[in-house]
Design a protein around this ligand. Structure first.
Ligand SMILES: C[S@@+](CC[C@H](N)C(=O)[O-])C[C@H]1O[C@@H](n2cnc3c(N)ncnc32)[C@H](O)[C@@H]1O
Length: 199
């Protein structure tokens, strides 16, 4: 496994057990992020980098009992915490890298990805892999419960235009990987970029 993946696993593995208790008030923001996908009953949706599965019950609620919910994460301890929290019942949990998804092409209607993009070592290739598994016209929500400025402040760094989530950079990145950015919100309490899978 590449060093950067080992780093991700080490970083999140050490935080998995306490992840949910660190962010107890995020629920309403996640509900807004999931709602933006416009999921319908029976849809198939992937939570990419699902972590402890905080979004899985919301996604299940959106697609109903006949829908499909899959959570993929690289860090075993995050998936174990999802299981411990009883979220395995909301969706299928898979230990996998978003760079190589064990899914057929165009198998999904949508992808929800919360807090993922900043941790990707090869974002363009990874976003292209997410496009591969989504049908044309399907949607991708890149979400974070904090906007860019608020997150930079919390992490003690300057806000930079080089940030992958800065709108011009993200627009180009998505276009290069099979997505079209259709809406972009960057407020203190929410980052939400919505993209549509191109034909
Ligand atoms: C900031 S956490 C967010 C977790 C969860 N989505 C949430 O909102 O609580 C980022 C997650 O992405 C996962 N991750 C990072 N790179 C990944 C990759 N290449 N493939 C799958 N998961 C990855 C990490 O293991 C971690 O659980």
């Amino acid at each position: 496994m590449a060093d950067d993946h080992a780093h991700v696993q080490e970083f999140f593995g050490a935080r998995a057990a306490h992840w949910d208790s660190r962010f107890p008030h995020d629920g309403p923001a996640y509900a807004v992020g999931v709602a933006a996908l416009g999921l319908r009953s029976g849809d198939a949706v992937l939570d990419a980098g699902c972590g402890t599965g905080r979004a899985l019950p919301l996604l299940r609620e959106a697609v109903g009992p006949d829908g499909t919910v899959i959570g993929v994460d690289l860090t075993p301890q995050m998936l174990a915490a999802a299981d411990d929290a009883g979220r395995a019942g909301a969706g299928m949990l898979l230990l996998a890298d978003v760079a190589r998804l064990p899914l057929h092409a165009q198998a999904l209607d949508a992808v929800f990805a919360a807090g993922l993009i900043a941790h990707l070592s090869q974002p363009e290739a990874d976003l292209r892999e997410l496009a591969r598994v989504v049908r044309p016209g399907g949607r991708l929500a890149l979400f974070h419960p904090l906007g860019r400025a608020a997150l930079a402040a919390r992490q003690g760094r300057e806000l930079s235009d080089d940030d992958l989530r800065a709108e011009p950079r993200l627009t180009r990145l998505l276009a290069a990987s099979g997505w079209q950015l259709v809406s972009y919100v960057d407020e203190d309490t929410r980052f939400l970029a919505l993209a549509v899978r191109q034909d």
